[in-house]
Design a protein around this ligand. Sequence first.
Ligand code: AMP
Length: 194
Amino acid sequence: MRLILLGPPGAGKGTQAKRLVARYGIPQLSTGDMLRAAVEAGTPIGLKARAVMDAGQLVSDDIVIGIVAERLEQPDARKGFILDGFPRTVAQAKALDALLESKGLKLDAVVELKVNQEELVGRIVKRAEEARARGEPVRKDDDPEIFKTRLDAYNRDTAVVAPYYAERGQLSVIDGMQDIEKVSADIERVLDGA
Ligand code: AMP
């Protein structure tokens, strides 16, 4: 199963990806997680990405495409994967097409979680509060002001990615405002038909 989850920050891609990992036994490839790990480890990529991420902007296509290409080479990605947070630009989508084609692989599904953007800021504030209550560190870019910059980046660069897949007849749109179980059930229905 090779799947892309699309949708703005806070749409629930990470939550749904984790549930799919448990159900299908395939890894979640989150470029945000990979970049945060690189920042944490202080690698050259992490050093380049840090300020961009903290500001809520997009890291360059070259860097992100590079880390995804490397990640797809790992043995655990051979039986499938869930891409979460990638592609975020049409250039990334085209690079992914080329990467998969070079390996003779095809996507099984592209799922967009549609959400009401006005409600997203509230969701993200709640996510930060819950992390704090668990004693976990809160993501710097979950600050409401920076979150708005992330939404702007989504609307400017990423919103065009769903139509890119729709034109190829690969896109399934799901109502991401439903509760978590219902969203999961809708995704499973799409995947069962894929
Ligand atoms: P996320 O965890 O998916 O919300 O990503 C956190 C941050 O990492 C984003 O705000 C970007 O700065 C960066 N990032 C993650 N994925 C990408 C991507 N595909 N393209 C560009 N920047 C990305």
